[in-house]
Structures are given as C-alpha cells and as structure tokens.
Write a protein that binds this ligand. Structure first.
Ligand SMILES: Nc1ncnc2c1ncn2[C@@H]1O[C@H](COP(=O)(O)OP(=O)(O)OP(=O)(O)O)[C@@H](O)[C@H]1O
Ligand SMILES: [Mg+2]
Length: 318
C-alpha cells in the first residue's frame, strides 16, 4: 500500500488557488516539498493530514481516503505543525506521555521513554520544557509524534529558526526514523537541506509542482557548472553559444555551461557590453537553488498577479 498518493489535489481560499492540481506518490522515503513562502506547502500538508478539505481532487494515506476515511488516516500518521506544539509548563516526559495517552498507546510511560531516548532527550526528560533550547523543543515534538509508531510522519518546516548544529541533529533523527521504516513527508524552504538529506524532492511554486525527483537527477538536468554574476544595472535576457541563462535572483544572474572556466570571461564580456556593472563572478556546481531558478525563474519574485487571475478566470469558466 503506497504511503501517500494524491491526484489533482487542489485548494482554493476564496479566489486564491493555494494548491493547484497536485499529484504525487510517496512511499518509504524522506520526501521534501520545497518552495518559497506562500507556495502552498502547509496547505498541502493540512489536506494530507485530514485537517483541511480539498476544493478538488483526492488523496489517500496508507490506502485510506483523506476526506471520507479521516479516522483511519489519523491512526496511521503523525503531524508536527510549522508552529511549536509543546506545553512549556510541563516536563519533556509529561508532554510525550500526554500524547501517548491521547493515541491510546499501551504502556504510555515506557513508550514515552523510548521515544525520548530516540530523540536524545532522556537526560532532560524531567526538566520543564521552558528550559529547553529551540532544537530540543523540536526534538521533543518529534518524540511526541513517534510515540504511537506512525507509518507516515508529516513535518512542516522542522528546522525553521534553528541554528546549523540543531538543524543537522534534527535531520539525523529524521533519517533514523526513515531507517526504522517510516515514510517522512517534510516541507522546507531550505534547498541545501533537502538536497543533502532527502531521497526525493518536489519543487512547488504558486501551488504548482514544477519538478519532482532525486536531487542528483534534478541537478543533472543543468549543465556541469553554474556561473553567477552580481550586477547592477538593468538585466535583459540574452543567449550565448553553449551558455544557458538560468534565472535572476535579486541582483544576481546565473547561467549554466559545460565548461564554467571558459564561460566566465564570455559572460563577463557579454554583461559589460550590455551596460551592466559586474561586482563579482563565481563558479559552482549546480545546487537545488539553481534547479529552482531554472524552473521558476526567480525565487523572490512576487506571485504573478496575472497568472493568478488567469487561473481564477479558468476556474470560474468551468
Ligand atoms: N486560511 C487561509 N485563508 C486564506 N489564505 C490562506 C490561508 N492559509 C494560507 N493562505 C494563502 O495560501 C497560500 C499558500 O499558503 P501556505 O501557508 O500553504 O504556504 P507555505 O508554502 O506553507 O508558506 P510558508 O513557507 O510561509 O509557511 C498563501 O498565499 C497564503 O497566504
Ligand atoms: Mg508553511
């Protein structure tokens, strides 16, 4: 039975299309839904966890329909929301035992201790959560989430607001859960983390999945090198032999080429000849940020009003 399947899953908030005909199949892996703020990640998770009713389309988790068989879905999953969900006035252990009882787990205290140990919190289990760091609170949420041994774990932005060391630790724990046989569906806007720790990623923008696949395969769709120039002056797209424009992000423009070293002076000359001032030029191997630029254009571009209006128009016409 596939862990998560969705077909044309769609959510409108009034006239705003937050998730647009999203179809995917996720099983036995760490799967990341990657996208900028407002791209529809949380809305997708809310529909898959039965907390929000889709406007159109359908989804199943472990074979159960997320709308008509919500109770069965909820027995199979855990969901750690984007905002913190621990009671800081209780101890770590009390928080996890509370969840264990909520899920009807037998031996709640024993199971809570097991979950706390997996998350490296055993030695702080009796301390009040208000004395925990942000990373520890996140790990406590993971302990709560796995206390009833769910088949599928949904994590919305699990590393948001944490420092580098705490993030790494969270990801190591997520990988451990994956090795215990859980399917993990995670949202993030940190491309580098998804690249390093996830089996597959889907890049979403404006509610639409733009690409989906293993990070290494997505990066392989670009040429061998990426050249990024920090510029001032108006940028007008242009083509160069064997060099492809990837996209613009704020004052940076990126290109991809098979031989970056040869491409560097050609790009520099082309930019200068078109009246742009170059502040820096750099060369690197393709990253998921570059894949994003390639499929979306610009990661900081506001939602296209015309595009949105067009989709609203289409919907009204149906
Ligand atoms: N309850 C709501 N009512 C109306 N609009 C909403 C609601 N929730 C979300 N939206 C809008 O839907 C779009 C998608 O929001 P969503 O929260 O799913 O994005 P996200 O990718 O999770 O963003 P972030 O990275 O900031 O968490 C946004 O334009 C948002 O403003
Ligand atoms: Mg969100």
């Amino acid at each position: 039975m596939t862990a998560i399947e969705s077909h044309n899953l769609t959510k409108y908030y009034d006239d705003l299309c937050a998730v647009d005909h999203l179809s995917l199949s996720v099983d036995n892996e760490i799967f990341a839904l990657l996208g900028p703020n407002g791209s529809g990640k949380t809305t997708t998770v809310l529909m898959l966890t039965t907390l929000l009713r889709p406007t159109e389309g359908s989804a199943t988790v472990c074979g159960y329909d997320c709308v008509t068989e919500g109770n069965n879905v909820r027995k199979k999953i855990s969901y750690v929301p984007q905002d913190m969900a621990v009671d800081i006035k209780l101890t770590g252990r009390e928080n996890v035992v509370f969840f264990a009882k909520l899920y009807g787990v037998s031996n709640p205290k024993e199971k809570a201790d097991e979950a706390l140990a997996i998350m490296d919190l055993a030695d702080r289990a009796d301390d009040l959560v208000k004395t925990y760091s942000g990373g520890m609170r996140r790990r406590l949420e993971l302990a709560q989430a796995l206390v009833h041994k769910p088949a599928v774990l949904f994590l919305d932005e699990p590393t948001l607001g944490l420092d580098v060391a705490a993030r790494k630790k969270i990801w190591e724990h997520i990988q451990e859960l994956r090795s215990l046989g859980m399917t993990v569906f995670v949202t993030t806007h940190y491309m580098d983390e998804a690249d390093r720790y996830c089996d597959r990623v889907a890049i979403i923008s404006q509610g639409i999945i733009r690409v989906i696949g293993e990070p290494k395969n997505l990066k392989a769709q670009l040429m061998k090198d990426v050249i990024t120039a920090k510029i001032s002056g108006e940028y007008f797209p242009f083509n160069l032999n064997g060099i492809r424009f990837l996209g613009r992000k704020e004052d940076e423009v990126s290109f991809t080429a098979e031989n970056g070293r040869e491409a560097l002076p050609i790009i520099a000359e082309a930019l200068t000849a078109r009246g742009m001032k170059i502040h820096s030029l750099s060369l690197h191997e393709p990253t998921l940020d570059d894949v994003f630029l390639n499929v979306v254009g610009s990661s900081d571009e506001p939602r296209s009003f015309n595009d949105q209006q067009f989709r609203v128009m289409l919907r009204r016409r149906k």
